[in-house]
Write a protein that binds this ligand. Structure first.
Ligand SMILES: O=P(O)(O)OC[C@H]1O[C@](O)(CO)[C@@H](O)[C@@H]1O
Length: 568
């Protein structure tokens, strides 16, 4: 496909469009009778089992999707990513998060330079620094050990590390190695988030890690200044050197902020924010919390999937299959959302993280060449761990709108519980639901079945489940650092695959800029109105009314208040 051609203009896309009518005639209830079909829709790699037999798809559909992948030059695009070409064309950058978890001897080029030695230089520095903090050879300004870490960052500088931290917290090895330590995340510029983060912490024993790719993000920088004040008002300004470190691509601004460049951990413009958890963004705070050896396992898990995506034929390639099926669901079957449903409480932050990875990457309206898309790209991602979600939004998924679901299960619980006399273990109870829900969605329940059960006629319609609702199931052997890395990389690559098929740029995010610049105008107005009583100017009636009310109702706040930090 020539780069300026819309994928929707290709024969392969049109064939899939025409094929939708064939699929609409089928029901998963019938498709699932064909064991040979189901068997060929099961793929295993490195301990992970993917079953996509509950997709509204036949083997013919999958064949057509592979042809679409060919038309979209998917293999070549994946290759171009791994070769360090500037596939993020609107920012003129390579996209090389795979280099962040490559082995020490790998060679991955960006702009003619092997970037792997730079990656390992930073990883070695993190290993050394995290060991010093953990062992107490790096202490705070008053000589006390730094037991607690507050990581300040937002978006990609927050969600990925929070996901991995939450997933590791209950892993036996990780929880053992983090005994006596706390890791907190300060993301929102809301001062309540500051209050929540510093409550119960002592500046003397706290290390603040400021994480920002650009080191200009308004929320992060204000939070960084706030915690700098928290430290220096308690321990004196010179304490900042011992209590604040940074992760950024912009080391000049780090130094300007007052953080010693020796205590800064670099990453590079070829790492997108939402793909940065495997850089110092995630590896530094997580290594301080859990120790570098645990986090190295996480990187190895992600690397295993990186190699799989790059080399495995599409028929057996888990992220490619998942990506193609998502394109099928969104662009052909017209399902705009996707539910991420991990049957593991440890994965409670997976959906929020993937929400950014997916929606910031693929929520685009034009092709990579700037041509408006005549089809919808991207999807609405949301989710909750099972079984909690079952008692919340599953009603809509079962009887309301059709939402393709990702069911993620784990064979061995991080924290098994067995109670003598119970029918099954607590984890088996959880997993009973993991196995049941996909079939409930696929098969549904017919009026005939209900009548046989003597359901009163006036309730039959209410109790009918139409079924034919698609899902995929992913079964992980366990949930240790390695598996968490695998899961992360599966989702990262799946999202990229979708973008490659849609021929959009999944690696820029211009859509976040407009709101930011309007907030700058409001910030200026608030300052001018509070300090110089300047009238509100340049806003429409609605915003002017709201701003007026806000300023009038908070007129008791002094124009130049003294520094005040949360007191709870
Ligand atoms: O790491 P930074 O530069 O502070 O950016 C934080 C986040 O802000 C965004 O630019 C969106 O506003 C994300 O893409 C990014 O992850």
């Amino acid at each position: 496909m020539a780069s300026s051609t819309l994928i929707s203009d290709t024969e392969q896309w049109k064939e899939l469009k025409a094929h939708v009518a064939d699929i609409k005639k089928t029901h998963l209830r019938d498709l699932l009778r064909d064991d040979a079909r189901s068997q060929s829709m099961t793929v295993e790699f490195d301990g992970i089992l993917l079953d996509y037999s509950r997709q509204q798809a036949t083997l013919e559909t999958v064949g057509k999707l592979f042809k679409l992948a060919e038309a979209a030059s998917l293999k070549q695009k994946i290759g171009r990513m791994y070769n360090g070409e500037h596939i993020n064309s609107t920012e003129n950058r390579s996209v090389l998060h795979v280099a962040l978890r490559a082995s020490r001897d790998a060679v991955i080029q960006s702009d003619g330079k092997n970037v792997v030695p730079d990656v390992w230089k930073v990883l070695d520095k993190i290993k050394e620094f995290s060991e010093r903090v953990r062992s107490g050879s790096w202490v705070g300004a008053t000589g006390k050990q730094l037991k607690d870490v507050v990581a300040i960052g937002i978006g990609g500088s927050f969600l990925g590390p929070l996901f991995v931290h939450t997933a590791l917290q209950t892993d036996p090895e990780a929880s053992e190695s983090s005994r006596g330590r706390q890791l907190r995340f300060l993301a929102n510029v809301d001062p309540i988030d500051v209050a929540r983060n510093i409550t119960g912490l002592n500046p003397e024993t706290t290390l603040v890690v400021v994480v920002s790719k650009t080191f200009t993000t308004a929320e992060t920088m204000l939070n960084a200044r706030t915690l700098r004040e928290w430290i220096s008002s308690a321990l004196g300004p010179s304490a900042v050197a011992k209590h604040m470190v940074a992760v950024s691509t912009n080391l000049t601004l780090v130094e300007k902020f007052g953080i010693d460049p020796n205590n800064a951990f670099a990453f590079w413009d070829w790492v997108g924010g939402r793909y940065s958890v495997c850089s110092a963004v995630g590896v530094l705070p997580l290594s301080i919390q859990y120790g570098f050896p645990v986090i190295e396992k996480f990187l190895k898990g992600a690397s295993s999937i990186d190699q799989h995506v790059h080399s495995e034929p599409f028929e057996k390639n888990i992220p490619v299959l998942l990506g193609l099926l998502s394109v099928w669901n969104v662009s052909f079957l017209g399902y705009p959302a996707r539910a991420i449903l991990p049957y593991s409480q440890a994965l409670e932050k997976l959906a929020p993280h993937i929400q950014q990875v997916s929606m910031e990457s693929n929520g685009k309206g034009v092709s990579i060449d700037g041509v408006p898309l005549p089809f919808e790209a991207g999807e609405i991602d949301f989710g909750e761990p099972g079984t909690n979600g079952q008692h919340s939004f599953y009603q809509l998924i079962h009887q309301g709108r059709v939402i393709p679901c990702d069911f993620i299960g784990v064979v061995k619980s991080q924290q098994p519980v067995y109670l003598k006399g119970e029918v099954v273990s607590n984890h088996d109870e959880l997993m009973s639901n993991f196995f049941a829900q996909p079939d409930a969605l696929a098969y549904g329940k017919t009026p005939e079945q209900l009548q046989k059960e003597n359901v009163p006629p006036h309730l039959v319609a209410h109790k009918t489940f139409t079924g034919n609702r698609p899902s995929v199931s992913l079964l992980l052997p366990s949930l240790n650092a390695y598996n968490i890395g695998q899961l992360l990389a599966i989702y990262e690559h799946r999202v990229a695959v979708q973008g490659f098929i849609w021929n959009i740029n999944s690696f820029d995010q211009w859509g976040v800029e407009l709101g930011k610049s309007l907030a700058t105008q409001v910030r200026k107005q608030l300052n001018a109105s509070r300090t110089k009583k300047e009238p509100i100017q340049g806003f429409n009636f609605s915003t002017t009314t709201m701003l007026t009310r806000y300023l009038q109702a908070s007129a008791d706040i002094p124009a130049d208040p003294p520094t005040h930090l949360p007191q709870i």
